[in-house]
Design a protein around this ligand. Structure first.
Ligand code: C2E
Ligand code: CA
Ligand code: CA
Length: 574
């Protein structure tokens, strides 16, 4: 009797285990995002499993039904698909191919696995169909992002710089010239403020489309940002030169642009032209000159083209009043430092602060660093201003450390010019010593502009800094030519995802795809991520889910004076 009860219990336990195993298997299949086709050699029978209906509206039970499967894919995918379904070569256990669906923008990865018995005869075959459309799109997006501007589809600034660099190299060899035309809409603010930035963006887009039609092997067109475009022309004295191109643009601008909302907008543009070798000998200077000439064209009443001559540059230099004011400000110490907190996404604990300079003019009005830093960079005074920033931030940091002993990272923005100073590392380490700030407490934020130039020298310097233990953070990632592939070899610790991504991450599917790939890839490379400009709870939650390590933005704290940071530190250490 006991024996029988034992047998029954055992059976029901086995049944229960089988049911659980089956349930688990089903769950795995269902959540795998894949469809499976199973084939039993012994029974000559096919069976479809898991998300099969998700991809195909019919079941496959016999070899005959497979024909319907071949009908679902594009012509060029058909033969590879037949082959992969029938691999049975001895020893071969699995094979994977990609097929494209017919009438649907879907890519499937098809993987076949075969199980053999001890005698080497196949017993079972399982074919997995997996949707890889998203991964494919991500790869495409990333290459795209490296070279093109997302709004207009024209070349982005950094790639343009490279292309014009090529033109100049070729021109040097062939003793010919290269022109750069700098284009800017007149009164673009009127469109943006009056009709909204969506209309403004569309205008930028349609004008960009028109400009792209001017491209050929000697003419490249780029959209820098907002309403700024640049055209590079190889052999600037040839049949297609700045003059003929300007005429073509003028001709087009006689007609208004018609936007999707039905608005008709007429614009005029101001254009500055500078040529290699007369105006400058390298790309960045050439672009700079063309920009200055464009400003001059604006000052002379807009809607015109102006060509570089030495006088324009001199006059410009004489007239940079901000630059003089800047010197004043430096002299009077009208600068002060603000600090913006950064938080760990997972715990919402304070991770560190970014030091951001502020300038109060004589009337006490704040002038934005995005206005005066570029000018200070052009004139070189950023070197001394930057030194002041470092010293002030380290001094403040030492205070905080003494009072709160909270493990905090101080991030300081470093301009390319500062970084290029011979004695930069030496001066920095001296200052750290004198304030007692250790290397791991310091992070230097650099932008890609630092990386342009003598590659080996830059790498060596970054390595030196990291060798000391100082963290390096790549700022504004995604705005330049930031190709992910070139990130691989960079000696950095942290990557800051630019605010422009965060701004549209909730509303734009493409931005989401790119942002997720960035986070994913950067993690793989072993760097830490910080999202900048996080303003809403929704953006925060999204980034948390996407696995972004740190968050910085108005949602958790604006840039603030040192005393306010101390309040945060007091909270954290309470
Ligand atoms: P950045 O390095 O990209 O700094 C982030 C900027 O984004 C800061 O602007 C900050 O106030 C702003 N920001 C942060 N969170 C949000 C947000 O949620 N919403 C919005 N709308 N903005 C946010 P800020 O302070 O005006 O600085 C502008 C730029 O000036 C900085 O951009 C940096 O490139 C430069 N800069 C500032 N301080 C220094 C400095 O000491 N040295 C150097 N070389 N550059 C500096
Ligand atoms: Ca920064
Ligand atoms: Ca930034």
């Amino acid at each position: 009797m006991d024996e029988l009860k034992y047998q029954v219990d055992l059976l029901s336990a086995m049944n229960e285990k089988l049911r659980r195993d089956e349930k688990m298997l089903r769950l795995i299949c269902d959540t795998s995002n894949s469809a499976f086709l199973y084939y039993s050699y012994a029974e000559d029978r096919y069976q479809t499993v898991a998300n099969w209906d998700h991809f195909f509206p019919f079941a496959v039970a016999s070899a005959h039904d497979l024909n319907r499967l071949y009908d679902c894919v594009e012509k060029q995918s058909e033969i590879p698909l037949r082959e992969v379904l029938f691999i049975e070569k001895q020893d071969l256990q699995s094979q994977t191919i990609q097929v494209k669906m017919k009438d649907k923008p879907i890519y499937l990865e098809v993987e076949t696995r075969i199980v053999y018995d001890a005698a080497g005869r196949p017993t079972d075959k399982i074919v997995r169909f997996k949707d890889v459309t998203k991964q494919n799109a991500q790869n495409d997006e990333l290459t795209y992002l490296a070279y093109y501007d997302a709004l207009t589809g024209l070349y982005n600034r950094n790639y343009f710089v490279r292309l014009v660099g090529e033109f100049i190299r070729k021109a040097e060899e062939k003793h010919t010239s290269v022109a750069v035309m700098f284009l800017d809409f007149d009164d673009f603010r009127r469109v943006n403020d009056g009709m909204g930035i969506i209309v403004g963006d569309e205008l930028v887009q349609v004008f960009g489309q028109f400009l792209s039609g001017l491209m050929d092997e000697n003419v490249v067109v780029s959209h820098f940002n907002s309403d700024l475009y640049c055209i590079g022309i190889y052999d600037a004295r040839g049949a297609r030169n700045a003059d003929t191109i300007y005429k073509m643009i003028k001709e087009r601008l006689r007609q208004p642009f018609v936007l999707s909302g039905g608005q008709e907008i007429s614009i005029t543009i101001s254009v500055g032209v500078a040529e290699y070798p007369e105006a400058a000998s390298n790309t960045l200077e050439l672009i700079n000159c063309a920009e200055i000439v464009m400003f001059k064209a604006k000052n002379m009443g807009k809607d015109k083209v102006l060509y570089y001559d030495g006088m324009i540059l001199e006059e410009f230099i004489k007239n940079v009043t901000i630059e003089n004011k800047l010197k004043d400000a430096f002299f009077h110490q009208n600068f002060l430092m603000y600090y913006q907190p950064q938080f760990y996404t997972a715990t919402r604990k304070l991770r560190g602060v970014e030091a951001l300079i502020r300038w109060k003019d004589e009337k006490g009005k704040m002038i934005s660093p995005s206005v005066f830093i570029p000018i200070a960079e052009k004139s070189g005074s950023i070197v001394s201003i930057g030194m002041w920033v470092i010293e002030e931030s380290l001094r403040t940091y030492a205070e905080w450390k003494r009072r709160y002993r909270y493990p905090l990272v101080m991030s300081i923005n470093i301009s390319a010019l500062q970084y290029r100073q011979q004695d930069f590392v030496e001066k920095l380490t001296q200052m750290m010593d004198s304030y007692g700030v250790s290397p791991e407490e310091l992070e230097l934020e650099i932008t890609e502009s630092v990386l342009i130039g003598d590659f080996q020298e830059i790498m060596d310097k970054l390595e030196t800094l990291r060798g000391i233990g100082i963290r390096i953070s790549l700022d504004d990632f995604g705005t330049g030519y930031s190709s992910l592939s070139y990130l691989k070899g960079l000696p950095i610790d942290t990557l800051k995802i630019d605010k422009s991504f965060i701004d549209t991450v909730i509303t734009d599917e493409n931005t989401r795809i790119i942002t997720e790939s960035i986070i994913h890839m950067v993690k793989k490379l072993g760097y830490e991520t910080i999202a900048e400009g996080v303003e809403t709870e929704e953006q925060y939650r999204y980034l948390q889910e996407a696995g972004c390590d740190n968050i910085q933005g108005y949602l958790f704290g604006r840039p603030m004076p040192s005393e306010k940071i101390e309040e945060l530190l007091a909270d954290m250490t309470a």
